[in-house]
Design a protein around this ligand. Sequence first.
Ligand code: ADP
Length: 169
Amino acid sequence: MKRAVYPGTFDPMTLGHLDILKRSSMLFDEVILAVAKSEKKSTLFSIEERTDMAKIATQDIKNIRIVPFSCLLVNFMQRMDSQIVIRGLRAVSDYEYELQLALMNRKLDPKLDTVFLMPSQQYIFLSSSMVREIASLGGDVSKFVPPVVYERMVKRLGFPPENPCGGQN
Ligand code: ADP
């Protein structure tokens, strides 16, 4: 039984994350989407909200589980009895950080390997931080996130605003 773990902050989950998750679910028997608590980043949604949205958005994918975590990834991997980390690679800009992370994780636990998957081209420039920024300025992010995430973002941020530029021309 090959089990892989796809860790991230998922603040919030985007269609890019979903693309990587679907691809990995076809490659492995079970994929655990691991939602990181994230101490250093202040998140828009709490870990409970991010986990809940991910569960709803992935209901139709059979062989996945959504599990929140707040410890070091290598320890979580052992707890989940998995040695395969999934990460998404977008543009070249992701490469250096992801390489560092993968090699550091392997130093901490030599049995770990990271598998990089590329999303469909339309998601190459999509990131959670960009979605949060566009939404916070009243832009429409419905094309970039699953419906449940869009609904919760509208509730949280109250967009689209009636007068986005504050009455200026
Ligand atoms: P981080 O907070 O470390 O950036 P995220 O939670 O945003 O992590 O994302 C988790 C993983 O998903 C990372 O490997 C990231 O590169 C990948 N990812 C995020 N957005 C996309 C996307 N649009 N296409 C492919 N992979 C993505």
